[in-house]
Design a protein around this ligand. Structure first.
Ligand code: ZN
Length: 388
């Protein structure tokens, strides 16, 4: 019935002109025709054709403006984007800190929030959150507050809700076991590197309280909000982040040997590959020099990924893979060196982590400073990113 409904919609719009038509999730009908993996979808194509016809049918100025929203502009049928149809695109990015603060203020209006809570601090801690994420965050915090039989949402519930949304539900701690120690070494590896590397972001906390989704623990950094909001990463920061991300595996291997290494580092390796690939193919930060081989959005939008892959030759692809590998190997070596040189410190931190289950950044830095000099940058701010 899609096509006839489109006809009705435009008929109604014309009767009510001047008027606005808003179509949400336009990709549901506006997807590239004939590109579906499971073959075409007749009804959807008819709906889209009708929509295109109606949009063409406008004589100069019928007083109807059509606005549509989508998260997948890349998969839209090109006919939709021709002049006279959707000829302007407005990109609505994830909000910046000021935007997040305003969104939080709106969603906080109908909730009881303790006066000690600073939405400014919450906004600072949530870079990358969309409007929907922020609404969800305050709802989660409200649920936690009710469950804890509190009168109003405090900073604690908001912090727990952030962890829950970004990492997962808290599960019961493991009993002391080899597995627990292995996880502790892995996480201390990340945490120590984020404390000792000159350009890594400082540690917020490290914990081995497991989370749903198979997360045994995590090491959380204080987010570099400016860099994330602007998307302008420095080479030094990227390098140190790759090294820090490899710190988990490096610590496991240094302590337990290659044969005992768990699969727990597989996600870390994905992160590393992703960062290193970006440095090579997008930012021109490798020996391959100043070439942008991939579009900014290619890895976000699966639909276009296939095409971009073939924009460079097999030979170039091999060179890229080799560069990515070289970078990762150099960073891994550095990670192992740092763990190895600080082995006594690593053991002490692991003992403490197994006993306490969580170490806050400040306590962590204090202990590290007893053994070795901290880089200048390790001062405290709020906000966090996570490495499991
Ligand atoms: Zn890890």
């Amino acid at each position: 019935m899609g096509a006839s409904r489109v006809r009705d919609l435009f008929k109604k719009a014309k009767e009510n002109a001047p008027c606005l038509i808003f179509i949400d999730e336009i990709d549901a009908v506006g997807r590239q025709r004939g590109a579906g993996i499971g073959g075409g979808n007749d009804e959807r194509e008819q709906t889209l054709n009708q929509l295109l016809t109606e949009m063409d049918g406008f004589e100069g100025n019928t007083g109807i403006i059509i606005i549509a929203a989508t998260n997948r502009p890349d998969v839209l049928d090109t006919a939709l984007l021709r002049p006279g149809r959707f000829d302007r695109q407005v990109i609505v990015d994830a909000p910046d800190r000021k935007g997040r603060l305003e969104i939080l203020t709106v969603h906080a209006r109908n909730k009881k929030i303790d006066p000690s809570v600073s939405l400014e601090v919450v906004a600072r801690r949530t870079p990358g959150f969309t409007g929907a994420d922020l609404a969800n965050l305050l709802n989660e915090a409200a649920i936690l507050t009710a469950r804890r039989r509190k009168e109003a949402i405090t900073q604690l519930e908001i912090d727990d809700a952030i962890d829950r949304l970004t990492i997962g539900l808290t599960l019961n701690p493991l009993l002391d076991s080899k597995k627990k120690r292995l996880i502790a070494y892995h996480e201390v590896g990340h945490a120590l590197l984020s404390t000792l590397l000159e350009n890594a972001d400082p540690l917020n906390k490290v914990t081995i309280i497991p989370r749903s989704g198979g997360v045994g623990g995590f090491s959380q950094q204080i987010l570099n909000e400016e860099m994330i909001d602007s998307g302008l990463y420095t080479k030094a920061w990227l390098y140190d982040n790759i090294t820090m991300t490899l710190g988990g595996k490096a610590a496991e291997v240094e302590v337990f040997g290659e044969s005992e290494v768990t699969g727990g580092a597989s996600n870390d390796l994905k992160v590393v590959t992703n960062l290193a690939r970006k440095m090579v193919t997008m930012y021109g930060m490798s020996d391959l020099g100043l070439v942008a081989l991939e579009n900014q959005s290619s890895d976000v939008f699966l639909g276009r990924d296939w095409m971009n892959r073939s924009e460079y030759s097999e030979e170039m692809a091999t060179k890229i893979d080799r560069q990515v590998r070289t970078m990762a190997v150099a960073c891994y070596r550095e990670a192992r060196r740092i763990i190895n040189e600080n082995r006594a410190l690593v053991d002490r931190l692991v003992d403490l982590l197994v006993e306490q289950e969580t170490i806050e950044g400040e306590q962590f830095r204090k202990i590290v400073a007893e053994y070795t000099q901290l880089p200048a940058k390790q001062q405290l701010v709020v906000s966090s990113s996570t490495q499991s």
